[in-house]
Design a protein around this ligand. Structure first.
Ligand code: GLN
Length: 198
């Protein structure tokens, strides 16, 4: 299994370390030629969604990656990655991949509470540490999206077919649960493609 990590900006190295500790090989996507390598899954890290969206387009990565996602490539987006995957962003008109039937709210916890740590159940598996950094939350999830975690009554992790998103940063803790969950998705083979989207 080989997992690509989008490495334009943000917390990508931490994901690579997490994968390495799970014995999963990874490589970085920085430019269009990197997409020629074959890979089974993609991680879109946290960072700044506006910057990443801009760089994806400037580097001509946006369309080919979106096509792969729509074809069923398993993708895990953390924080800014969640925003890039959301079909709707409540407080931002700019849309990016817009493939997941969720409404995200950027910087949703306000300035003072922007960054915090907590623990909550993930996918009914176990309670895990959750690190939030100027995080979004999922204001609403469509029927096809399955809620995997909630904190303070807000959705902070969800899955829809081949798409997994967390508002928090599992790569900044030493708990492997979410990365293991994603690698199980990837091992399951090509996930069903995103329905009803073009
Ligand atoms: N606030 C960032 C954004 O809106 C996300 C923060 C993060 O990825 N840690 O893109």
């Amino acid at each position: 299994m080989k997992i690509a990590v989008l490495a334009l900006q943000g917390a990508f190295i931490e994901h690579e370390r997490m994968l390495a500790r799970l014995g999963i090989s990874s490589f970085e996507i920085r430019r269009r030629q990197d997409l020629e390598e074959s890979f089974d899954g993609l991680i879109i890290p946290g960072g700044e969604s506006t910057v990443m969206g801009k760089l994806l387009r400037e580097l001509c990565l946006f369309e080919p990656i979106r096509a792969k996602i729509l074809a069923g490539l398993p993708v895990f987006g953390t924080c800014a990655g969640l925003i890039l995957l959301a079909r709707r962003v409540a407080n931002d008109e700019r849309l990016n991949f817009a493939v997941m039937d969720i409404t995200a709210r950027r910087n949703a916890y306000g300035r003072q509470l922007g960054s915090f740590n907590t623990r909550a159940d993930f996918a009914g598996l176990r309670e895990i540490p959750m690190v939030f950094i100027r995080a979004p939350y999922i204001e609403s999830a469509g029927e096809k999206a399955q809620v995997l975690a909630e904190v303070q009554g807000r959705i902070v992790a969800a899955r829809q077919n081949n798409l997994l998103v967390t508002a928090f940063h599992p790569e900044l803790s030493d708990d492997f649960t979410v990365h293991q969950y994603f690698s199980d998705m990837v091992a399951g083979g090509l996930c069903p493609r995103v329905e009803g989207l073009e």
